[in-house]
Write a protein that binds this ligand. Structure first.
Ligand code: ZN
Length: 497
């Protein structure tokens, strides 16, 4: 999953502002100290202050993130809050609710404690700060107070921790334990004793990897895999992301999480929490699946300057493109490709409460998530089929994705996501019915006519959908199927003979 990127545009704007105001020191900047007294503790003591004597915008509100990605009650982790004026005198305040404080007057500095024990639901570990004693992930967005976006241009973050704990992060390192963070909302720090770091070069782009835990595969194998996937998206979308990216591959600290995994791509950070599978080949396959999906998000949505809830697009199309890339790099068989689409169709057919993809995207964490993924992926598949069919195999969804990235990555102006994506899709007459029926509309997905052109048959038995390649294909069907990757495995294995 991914959090829509609010602020790459803001980030660039902020750099300009920082450069401009670094010299006249009127930038709104924050200095923060993150202290852990001993590695057995699960309480971080945090002190912060505005760096300039006169904050650009004064505030009486100290607010923390209260919920994220469906996890609530986050304010309850905060305690022992103190607020100070510019002379360092304590200021009285009222606690409004957990995580929300109102001071008697404007404050210049603050301190508090935050409990970062392992969450009851391990899924939260890819989305929120936690620390297990041996390792942890600190996410600035839920760890630090939320000041208005235009109020913090950058933060200087210093860690004071027991010996043996070191910090891995893509943020600009000032010294061993200090970082200059340009975009506080997106910053992530891995804290641990035994992490391994590796940098992969893709031409002159650098991709950083941080590994924790022992896996059935080697770090080099995982890095090679990330490089291959990254390169294939670079070729697909015609550009590298604006920022240097970091992948954290972290083993769940609890052994009872076998089989689970959870991931998030925030800004330029990919965080994957996972476990090994019984065999190395399966572990590698799963890592490939995780990387295919999350690395795609570095471009979409995180590299797009789009606002609003258009999750159906970047989740659905990430899932679909990740399948296509899996077939393309020969990590996924064509049968697996069809099986995944069949399952998505089954899920979508079972949805009783019908709301459009656009509507569901506003409501992602209230039960609409599965529909967004399943129906979003089916829509991407149908768009691919429509473009391939209309162009007799000369063009495909990749052309549409490249157009979207070129039109809406920085430095293009910020636009509303649904409008921007739909207006590009609208340019393809063959996609228009898909928009009306399945993106804006709530019609049941009827795809047999489209599938026929590719020689694929959709069978429905006991509410289950099964996609099969027909035994006899005509020349045109063979050509189109080939463009979908049907014969990719054969071609690859023949060329390696
Ligand atoms: Zn995702």
């Amino acid at each position: 999953m991914s959090k829509p990127c609010r602020s790459i545009f803001y980030f660039i704007a902020a750099i300009a502002l920082i450069l401009q105001s670094y010299y006249n020191s009127s930038a709104q900047a924050v200095e923060t100290l993150v202290k852990l007294e001993n590695s057995k503790s699960e309480i971080f003591k945090i002190k912060g202050k505005f760096l300039q004597a006169e904050p650009l915008k004064k505030t009486k509100n100290l607010s923390f993130m209260l919920s994220y990605a469906g996890f609530d009650n986050l304010g309850a982790r905060i305690s022992n809050v103190n607020l100070f004026d510019e002379r360092g005198e304590k200021i009285g305040y009222k606690k409004l609710i957990d995580g929300e404080y109102l001071a008697e007057k404007e404050f210049s500095a603050w301190e508090y404690e935050i409990k970062t024990s392992l969450p009851k639901n391990p899924s939260a570990m890819a989305h929120l700060s936690w620390f297990s004693g041996e390792q942890g992930i600190l996410m600035a967005d839920d760890l630090f107070p939320q000041f208005e976006a235009n109020q913090t241009d950058f933060a200087k973050v210093t860690f004071e921790m027991p010996n043996g704990l070191k910090v891995s992060s893509i943020e600009n390192r000032l010294n061993e334990n200090s970082f200059r963070v340009e975009n506080v909302e997106k910053a992530i720090f891995y804290v641990g004793k035994k992490q391994r770091e590796k940098t992969v070069n893709i031409d002159d782009y650098k991709l950083d990897l941080t590994f924790s835990g022992e896996w059935l595969f080697t770090d080099a194998e995982a890095a090679e895999m990330a490089k291959e996937i990254f390169t294939s998206y670079k070729n697909l979308l015609g550009a590298v992301p604006n920022e240097r990216a970091q992948i954290f591959l972290v083993k769940f600290p609890n052994t009872n999480t076998t089989g689970n995994w959870e991931a998030e791509t925030r800004g330029a950070n990919v965080t994957i929490l996972s476990t090994d599978m019984p065999f190395k080949k399966q572990s590698l396959q799963r890592l490939h699946e995780q990387l295919r999906h999350e690395i795609f998000h570095l471009w979409m949505p995180n590299g797009l300057n789009l606002s609003g809830n258009y999750d159906w697009f970047y989740e659905g199309f990430a899932l679909y493109q990740s399948l296509r890339t899996g077939v393309g790099i020969n990590m996924l068989s064509f049968d697996n490709f069809l099986d995944t689409l069949s399952r998505a169709h089954g899920i979508d057919s079972l949805q009783t409460q019908k709301s459009s993809l656009i509507e569901s995207s506003k409501n992602r964490w209230n039960g609409a998530n599965t529909q967004i993924y399943a129906r979003g992926m089916l829509v991407a598949f149908l768009c691919d089929l429509a473009v391939l069919r209309k162009s007799k195999g000369n063009r495909s969804l990749s052309e549409v994705l490249r157009q979207i990235y070129q039109a809406h990555s920085l430095p293009n102006a910020r636009q509303e996501g649904n409008m921007a994506i739909l207006s590009i899709l609208q340019n393809y007459p063959e996609i228009r019915p898909i928009i009306e029926k399945y993106i804006k509309g709530t019609e049941k997905i009827a795809w047999q006519t489209e599938l026929d052109a590719f020689g694929i048959e959709s069978k429905e038995e006991n509410f289950m959908t099964k996609l099969l390649v027909k035994p006899k294909l005509n020349g045109r069907q063979k050509d189109l199927l080939d463009k979908l990757g049907y014969n990719n495995w054969r071609k690859l294995s023949e060329s390696s003979k």
